[in-house]
Structures are given as structure tokens and as C-alpha cells.
Design a protein around this ligand. Structure first.
Ligand SMILES: Cc1cc2nc3c(=O)[nH]c(=O)nc-3n(C[C@H](O)[C@H](O)[C@H](O)COP(=O)(O)OP(=O)(O)OC[C@H]3O[C@@H](n4cnc5c(N)ncnc54)[C@H](O)[C@@H]3O)c2cc1C
Length: 141
């Protein structure tokens, strides 16, 4: 029987990063379980095609309960069911928050959430095509 140090459920945005970080440069073993299929659908890799993925077999296709303040309409809530999770079906918009918002969260008592605290993690998540800088990272560094 194979034993793993960790089991990560869901190979979406968070699950893939967690599994990768856990196994970085050591012998830690991780079983990464994904309910969806591999990300082989061509539309996943063509940014302009992302809308065609909504409601397809790589979308869980959730709807909300009837919303009383929206004339009881059920609201479509797409979520990726595929390797990469919702990042495989998303619109690829990247917006970093305003520094003042993070500093405000810290002022409200959330230590570790100031802009200077979170900036290293933004940089770590990037491979900035224009190169590394004070605000941008390369290759996860
Ligand atoms: C249509 C759409 C457009 C979006 N556009 C943008 C955008 O432009 N920019 C942006 O920054 N964000 C966007 N987002 C949001 C962003 O993609 C998500 O916030 C992010 O991917 C969520 O990451 P996650 O790891 O929490 O979940 P997910 O990436 O959804 O991963 C969850 C994974 O768990 C799997 N799973 C669930 N249950 C089980 C189970 N029981 N067993 C095994 N596996 C399971 C799922 O199949 C999925 O792969 C968009 C989201 C959607 C749906």
C-alpha cells in the first residue's frame, strides 16, 4: 500500500499551489485528488474561448437557491471541474488590491495583512514578462 504524507482534495488554484509547495525540494509525498478531468479541452488554453466553457462538462454548473431579492431567480455560479479548477475556466483578469486596503485591514487588527506583508506573496505568485522589480516577481521568487 502506498502511503502519502499529505492528501490534498481538489487540484484547483489553491490545491495545485499547496501540493507544489509541499513537495518543493524535499521528499514529502502528496496525493492530489481531482474530481474533474485533465485540462485537455482546447478552449481551456484559448483565452478568448473561456465563455464557451461555462455550462460545459468542465463546469460543476451550480445554481444558487431562488434569491428572494432577485425575483426568486436562481443565479448561475460556475466553478471549474477540471485540472486547474476554476482557474482553467476563468477570464484571466489579474488585479492586485490597492495598498491602502491591505494597510487598513492591518489597522483593523489583522496582523500580517499590511501591503508590505502580502507583497512578497504577490511576487512569489508571478512570472512577470517585463522582468522582476520592487513590485513584481519572476519564476516564483
Ligand atoms: C467563470 C469564472 C471566471 C473567473 N474569472 C476570474 C478572473 O478573471 N480573475 C481572477 O482572479 N479570478 C477569476 N475567477 C475566480 C478564480 O478562478 C477562483 O477564485 C479560483 O480559481 C478559486 O480557487 P480555489 O482553489 O478556491 O477553487 P478551484 O480552483 O475552483 O478548485 C477547486 C477544485 O476542487 C475540485 N473538487 C471539488 N470537489 C471535489 C471533490 N469532492 N473531490 C475532488 N476534487 C474536488 C474541483 O473540481 C476543482 O478542480 C473566476 C471564476 C470563474 C468560475
Amino acid at each position: 500500500m502506498t502511503h502519502y504524507d499529505y492528501i490534498v482534495i481538489g487540484a484547483g488554484s489553491a490545491g495545485c499551489v499547496v501540493a507544489n509547495r509541499l513537495t518543493e525540494g524535499n521528499d514529502t509525498t502528496v496525493l492530489l485528488l481531482e474530481a474533474g478531468s485533465p485540462d485537455i479541452k482546447p478552449e481551456i488554453h484559448i483565452p478568448g474561448e473561456c465563455l464557451s466553457l461555462l455550462g460545459s462538462e468542465v463546469d460543476w454548473g451550480y445554481f444558487s437557491e431562488p434569491e428572494p431579492y432577485l425575483n426568486d431567480r436562481k443565479i448561475f455560479c460556475p466553478r471549474g471541474k477540471v485540472l486547474g479548477g476554476s482557474s482553467s475556466i476563468n477570464i484571466m483578469i489579474y488585479i492586485r488590491g490597492n495598498p491602502h486596503d491591505y494597510d487598513h485591514w492591518q489597522e483593523l487588527g489583522n496582523s500580517g495583512w499590511s501591503y508590505q506583508d502580502v507583497l512578497p506573496y504577490f511576487k512569489k505568485s508571478e512570472h512577470q514578462q517585463r522582468g522582476a522589480s520592487k513590485f513584481h516577481g519572476l519564476m516564483g521568487s
